[in-house]
Design a protein around this ligand. Structure first.
Ligand code: NAD
Ligand code: GLY
Length: 364
């Protein structure tokens, strides 16, 4: 088992990565200081792992609250249902919530913990690759509004993160690959050596080699923890973690969040951002090809869905959270392992990039 730390002074917390952590009763008792514990999960994950986790927490006689599976349940109404459960069970301010599931469960449970009696403790037990390498670390919690994704939320750090690599055994292939997009992101934005390792080990990751997966989770979490420790509330460099997301969110929104997974949209978005970086003269053609090659090996979709053309994409991109006074900011690459945020890109080149990835593109 590996133990990392997110260093945030009094709010620092450990990230444990290893096998069978769902059964690690002794580790849970180091973190939980209350007899009031509620596990929040969804019906899919609970059917696989709730019994195992509940047995490890037997001394707390945990309650559990299950929500239906799906992004559409990450909303204020379901968050209020969680709060109602806490009130009906007379949970006090020293109670502890446990998020057992992917990013949807982590985000809504974290937000309920941030709001209940102005903030209670919670633990993240992420069960998707995306959640293990990204959403469980860093304290961004949120629910969606009908008019925008993650538009209601708070920064509220967990008390600990337990990433059990064995839980990934039951994850559908498509979800695993979507998580790999976020793993590759860390190599591209700030860790060139990790990118080289990923180029050499991508087949092992897709084949779910345990050692490869645990190393990728560890290295991703080290990168994320460093960024979060320096810029917890995204005043500066944390925005680099959104590499590929401006393009990707435009795809997700343009499709009404149906059809493509978040990681899939981010994978294509990263390639589009790399393409624009190359057209702008910031990265060389051979580096763009290396990026395209690793993404292609994962099997992630690498062209825009039929229904999205340049005008749709450009319109959707302008509502990005990084926009300031109507000006669009993008995360682009100066090199593999070196990203930067800029509004100084050429609009015409952006148009060429988007058109290059439309399904009707004939080359350039
Ligand atoms: P998800 O939570 O919807 O999980 C994907 C699917 O996998 C679901 O059907 C789920 O039930 C299932 N599943 C989960 N674990 C499983 C397992 N071990 N075995 C079998 N099935 C399993 O999706 P996700 O990709 O984990 O997370 C996406 C969410 O994360 C989005 O809402 C996104 O906004 C959020 N997110 C948040 C942050 C952050 O910093 N807070 C970062 C990135 C993404
Ligand atoms: N997933 C982006 C962030 O945590 O900042």
């Amino acid at each position: 088992m590996k133990k990392l730390s997110v260093d945030l002074g009094e709010r620092s917390y450990p990230i444990y990565i290893g096998q069978d952590l769902l059964s690690s009763a002794n580790l849970f008792s180091e973190v939980i200081r209350s007899s009031q514990v509620m596990i929040v999960s969804n019906t899919t994950v609970a059917s696989l792992y709730l019994t195992q986790l509940s047995e490890s927490l037997i001394e707390y006689q945990p309650r559990s609250y299950l929500i239906p599976d799906g992004e559409s349940f990450k909303n204020l109404s379901v968050m209020q249902d969680i709060v109602t459960q806490l009130l009906e069970n007379k949970f006090s301010r020293n109670a502890c919530l446990i998020a057992l599931g992917g990013g949807v469960i982590g985000d809504i449970t974290g937000f309920a913990a941030a709001c209940y009696q102005r903030g209670i403790k919670y633990i993240q037990i992420p069960t998707t690759l995306l959640a293990q390498v990204d959403s469980s670390v860093g304290g961004k919690t949120a629910v969606n509004h009908a008019l925008g994704k993650n538009m209601i939320g708070a920064f509220h750090q967990p008390a600990a993160v337990f990433s059990d690599s064995k839980a990934l055994n039951t994850l559908p292939d498509r979800e695993l690959v979507a998580g790999l997009a976020e793993v590759i992101k860390y190599g591209l934005i700030r860790d060139e050596a990790f990118f080289v390792w990923l180029e050499e080990n991508i087949e092992g990751l897709i084949a779910r080699d345990t050692a490869c997966l645990e190393y990728a989770i560890e290295r991703s979490c080290i990168n994320k923890a460093e960024v979060v420790a320096r810029d917890e509330t995204e005043q500066g460099q944390r925005a680099l973690l959104n590499f590929g997301h401006t393009f990707g969110h435009a795809v997700e929104t343009g499709l009404n969040y149906r059809g493509w997974l978040h990681g899939e949209a981010v994978g294509l978005g990263m390639l589009m951002a790399a393409d624009l970086s190359c057209r702008s003269g910031w990265i060389t053609e051979d580096k763009l090809q290396r990026i395209g090659s690793i993404l292609q090996k994962t099997g992630l979709p690498l062209s825009l869905p039929d229904e999205l053309e340049y005008a749709d994409m450009r319109g959707l991109m302008s509502v990005d959270k990084k926009a300031r006074d109507g000006e669009l900011f993008l995360v682009l690459l100066k090199d593999i392992g070196d990203a930067f945020v800029t509004s100084q890109f050429d609009e015409k080149l952006l148009q060429f990039t988007v058109e290059h990835f439309t399904s009707k593109a004939s080359g350039d």
